[in-house]
Design a protein around this ligand. Structure first.
Ligand SMILES: *Cc1c(COP(=O)(O)O)cnc(C)c1O
Length: 449
């Protein structure tokens, strides 16, 4: 068993003992603070190992992966910045104390107001397309900014195994499609005409994309930076932002590929990127958090249908949206715990683990071999620290669960800290137009009543 799995088991047991998890609070998210710190350290070490001494490297966590202020604060303490893609994400990063020099703004749909704010703050911005660059031109004319500015390109190296997450296809919506007719020349000219454009950005990886394909995307981006600097005749591009996208192994507790694997693959494929002529920015999300989150749900009822046991739990589409809607692409491992939160023993039985939502497809796992889940037991969905319980989906007005961070308390036990409180039913009413209860009844066609 890995150390992370042992910490998880202990945390589930302690959460039940402490009453954080029980009949009255049947669903929680747990975050392993030790594991998150270890991943941040591993990321920094992997790139330190391959870069020339003194190379500036900013690891900016993709906030969308786990948009929780305390998580951003923990990562900040570990030297990790933030990559943001909306006014909300920028506000979260600022609430966590991230400074503009540790923040990068990428998004395909930045408004003039967002761009103005980012440039006023001095946050790095990667322009997605020529129209966005026009807006930045206008802002730079009216008030020069110290924001490091770049252009996002799509090297069009091809898709991974999950189409919806593949950013480097020929027709991806992101960045300037580099292999399209005239695009490369346009990019070179854009830099030649704007001495303040100092960065180049690409994000080609994601779940389902192999390291070799990711490395091809980075190599193409590096080659473009080299061409631009050569043609302009000076090293105008001083920083390359290689994006994130390291895939996560959802099939076991082992972390693979590692940041070291990826850094070594890049070093081999693109040695010039690391010789000290370029600063680096990375934007990892899923790989920093996924393995350190667990959603734990009480089994409300255990039943049987058509000969198959079904455990009806409190975790379904509202916390595992991708898995429920696309189970083939996003299977999750489930661990069984007994009513005291101890790993459940017993022979494996093929069963379904269902969620609380009112549609038949609301299943966390189908045909899953596990010790038989019974009423009052707990089912845990593993590796859900990124893009799962932090991404609540309000189906059936199910409440956002509480999230707790955990770490050893130094006395052989586990300490918990609240990351986010459970949403109350009053919150749900307020967020569902509760203040406007009669709003629609006052709209009438003239003459009717
Ligand atoms: C989503 C995203 C990331 C993070 O991707 P992960 O797969 O979570 O590592 C990084 N950069 C950009 C531009 C993104 O859109």
């Amino acid at each position: 068993m890995t150390a992370g799995a042992a910490r998880r088991d202990e945390a589930v047991r302690a959460a039940v003992e402490r009453g954080l998890l029980g009949p009255g609070s049947p669903l929680v998210g747990l975050l392993d603070v030790t594991g998150i710190r270890e991943s941040a350290v591993a990321l920094r070490a992997a790139f330190d190992e391959v870069t020339a001494p003194g190379t500036p490297v900013l690891h900016a966590f993709a906030v969308k992966a786990t948009p929780l202020v305390p998580v951003l604060g923990l990562l900040r303490e570990e030297g990790i910045g933030a990559e943001v893609a909306s006014p909300g994400e920028l506000a979260l990063a600022r609430a966590a104390g991230l400074t503009p020099d540790r923040t990068v703004l990428d998004s395909p749909a930045k408004t003039p107001a967002e761009l103005r704010e980012a440039l006023a703050l001095g946050i790095a911005v990667n322009a997605d397309n020529p129209q966005e660059l026009d807006r930045i031109d206008a802002l730079m004319r009216s008030a020069p900014s110290r924001s490091p500015l770049g252009i996002r390109v799509n090297p069009q190296v091809g898709a991974g195994s999950i189409e919806a997450l593949s950013t480097a296809t020929a027709t991806s919506k992101f960045g300037v499609a580099l292999r399209d007719e005239g695009a490369r020349e346009w990019v070179v000219r854009a830099y030649a005409e704007r001495p303040w454009l100092s960065r180049l950005h690409a994000h080609t990886g994601s779940q389902g994309v192999p390291l070799s394909l990711m490395a091809q995307g980075v190599a193409a981006t590096y080659a473009l930076a080299e061409e631009i600097n050569r043609r302009i005749g000076r090293p105008q591009i001083d920083t390359i932002d290689i994006g994130g996208g390291l895939p996560v192994n959802f099939a076991s507790d082992v972390t693979t590929p590692t940041y070291a694997d990826y850094a070594q693959t890049l070093k081999k494929a693109v040695p010039g990127l690391f010789d000290g002529r370029y600063g680096l920015v990375t934007e990892f999300g899923r790989s920093l958090l996924a393995k350190h989150g667990t959603v734990v749900a009480r089994v409300e009822y255990a039943k049987s249908a058509g000969g198959r046991p079904v455990a009806v739990t409190h975790a379904g589409v509202q916390v595992a949206t991708r898995t429920v809607y696309a189970p083939g692409a996003w299977p999750l491992r489930i661990a069984a715990y007994d009513g005291k939160g101890r790993p459940k023993e017993g022979p494996e039985v093929v069963q379904d683990v269902a969620g609380p939502a009112c549609f038949a497809g609301d299943l966390l796992a189908q045909g899953c071999p596990l010790p038989l889940l019974e009423q009052g037991d707990y089912a845990a969905a593993l590796d859900t620290g990124a893009y799962y319980f932090a991404h609540h989906y309000a189906y059936n007005s199910l409440a956002r669960p509480a999230i707790y961070g955990f770490a050893p308390d130094g006395r052989g036990g586990t300490a918990f800290a609240t990351v986010r409180e459970q949403q109350t039913v009053e919150d749900i009413v307020a967020e569902s137009g509760g203040a406007h209860a009669g709003a629609l009844t006052v709209l009438r066609a003239p003459g009717r009543h």
